[in-house]
Design a protein around this ligand. Structure first.
Ligand code: NAD
Length: 496
């Protein structure tokens, strides 16, 4: 299924055959490749080379570093269709979403190229005569990227494009569920490197490995920044370990994203927003809509319309004309069924959620998206189940809706559908949504790369991608220069 595709992306067959770790496609559950997992000693060797590469790369002028990222963006443009198809095969995303993920890589490359001429610092007024103060941004070191299965290529690109223009080197450990797309990214990056010439050896490396390989990155003091995307469980382990050695982290962890649906909302828009956010990527986005907090006066109508929309969703092979592909694996299906059983126990009324196409694909896990009308924001609702379950909660008073939005442990994305300006502004105010993303009349998922991406509380607090997220990949330095013939001290201190 993948040999020709991998070849067209520049991956040698020796890299994905005869390995010790089987790779399955969620489309039909079959094994499509086998890769070799690297051990800890190999990871440490890679960090060593990456550190040497950093020492050389940091002195290359930033716009020249940007040229490498520009070339990489061009290579991605040329291979968008093939890489997108590989994302569909390995992660189960529908074709449109696979292509969209590669487009996101191209977009962040474009952003980073511009950034390479805009790593601006500040000039600061000094209190001392004949003195000049400024703030500059310097390259940081080796960046360790740990990524999740559900965005197998874009998250790496978000980190790598910024890290490279900032003067850092990168070691990437992708999910053990999606090593093939990672091998393809590495091969494409090497094409760009060839065109660029003169980049230090090992500037950007791939570690095909499992959790142990991730832990080697986490614990090594030469890795200045660990950017880790995945479950809150993973972040709970990674965060304190990196902090214990005074390393830096960007943690991009689980979400539990809500929509407040107000009585004034444009319901046609809202139902379309719910559909894309709740069932897109089969509910396996960190920004997937998991809770609708709907005004009780329109709840029945909204539930009826969402059920009707769900009934028409085409489920099946993500490469064909379908909207919902498979769950990643059986563990994910079991977690979904467990959550639905718990929702029923907690007084919920469940619609959908059944396994689909089991005769055709006995080893793959397709499901109809589920809606669970809940009497309260009970335990199951507060937990992120990485599958298409949409919990519906009713509210009467806007303050109550805001409270429900915020009363979960996670804080990634949120949105409100309303035409009432007061509600919209309140939602985005200091006492409104407590999430990293708060949208108006747009669903919770599908962010653009221009904004900083990330969330609060158990989502980890990290920011990556656009805006000034690049600052996390650099070392801030304050400089004071004395161009006078005196040596005055700050705060007027006399020390004669
Ligand atoms: P996961 O936590 O199982 O694995 C993520 C990565 O962490 C993998 O590469 C894994 O090998 C590695 N890992 C696991 N334990 C580790 C440890 N102790 N030390 C070092 N590395 C370790 O997550 P998953 O199932 O691949 O992805 C789904 C989860 O990711 C969901 O919770 C989703 O919300 C989250 N996610 C968050 C974002 C975001 O930007 N906030 C984006 C995508 C996915």
């Amino acid at each position: 299924m993948v040999d020709g595709l991998l070849q067209s992306l520049g991956v040698a067959s020796s890299a994905h055959t005869h390995g010790n770790h089987p790779v399955h496609t969620p489309i039909d559950g079959s094994q499509i490749a086998s890769v070799t997992l690297e051990n800890k000693a190999q990871v440490l060797g890679r960090i060593d080379v990456a550190h040497k590469a950093f020492l050389a790369w940091r002195d290359v002028p930033a716009p020249r570093r940007g040229e490498l990222v520009r070339l990489f963006g061009e290579v991605l443009r040329q291979h968008k269709a093939q890489l997108g198809e590989l994302v569909s095969i390995e992660a189960g995303k529908i074709t449109q979403e696979g292509l969209g993920e590669v487009q996101e890589m191209i977009d962040i490359c474009d952003f980073a190229v511009g950034l390479s001429r805009q790593l601006y610092g500040l000039t600061i007024a000094s209190e001392r005569p004949g003195h000049h103060m400024r703030e500059t941004w310097q390259p940081l070191g080796v960046v360790g990227v740990i990524s999740a299965f559900n965005f197998p290529v874009a998250v790496w690109a978000w980190n790598t494009a910024l890290a490279l223009v900032c003067g850092d080197s990168v070691v990437w450990k992708p999910s053990e569920k999606t090593p093939l797309t990672a091998l393809a990214c590495q091969a494409l990056f090497e094409k760009a490197l060839k065109q660029f010439g003169q980049a230090p050896e090992g500037l950007c490396q791939l570690v095909v490995g499992d959790r142990d390989a991730g832990e080697a990155l986490v614990d090594d003091p030469r890795v200045a920044l660990v950017s880790a995307t995945g479950s809150t469980r993973m972040g709970r382990e990674v965060g304190p370990r990196v902090a214990a050695r005074f390393g830096r982290t960007i943690l991009e962890l689980g979400g539990n994203n809500a929509m407040i649906l107000a009585p004034s909302a444009d319901l046609d828009l809202a139902v379309r927003g719910i559909l894309f956010s709740a069932v897109g990527t089969a509910g396996q986005r960190c920004t997937t809509l998991r809770r609708v907090i709907v005004h009780s006066s329109i709840k029945d109508e909204v539930v009826a319309r969402v059920k009707a929309a769900y009934g028409k969703v085409r489920i099946g092979d993500p490469r064909k004309d379908n909207l919902v592909g498979p769950l990643i694996d059986k563990a994910s299906f079991d977690a979904m069924q467990g959550a639905l059983a718990k929702a029923r126990d907690e007084g919920g009324q469940v619609f959908g959620g059944e396994r689909q196409l089991a005769d055709q694909y006995p080893n793959a896990y397709y499901v109809s998206p589920a809606i669970a009308e809940m009497p309260a924001q009970s335990e199951v609702v507060r937990h992120e189940t990485f599958a298409p379950i949409l919990y519906v909660l009713a509210y009467d008073d806007f303050e109550e809706a805001l409270r429900l939005n915020n009363e979960v442990p996670q804080g990634l994305s949120s949105c409100i559908f309303t035409t009432d300006l007061r509600e919209a502004e309140r939602f985005q105010s200091a006492s409104g949504s407590d999430c990293g993303i708060a949208n108006v009349n747009i669903g919770t998922s599908g962010a653009e790369i221009g904004g900083a991406f990330g969330g609060e509380k158990e989502t980890g607090g990290g920011r990556e991608s656009g805006s000034d997220a690049w600052k996390a990949y650099m070392r801030r330095q304050t400089n004071t220069v004395n161009y006078s013939r005196e040596l005055p001290l700050a705060q007027g201190i006399v020390f004669d």
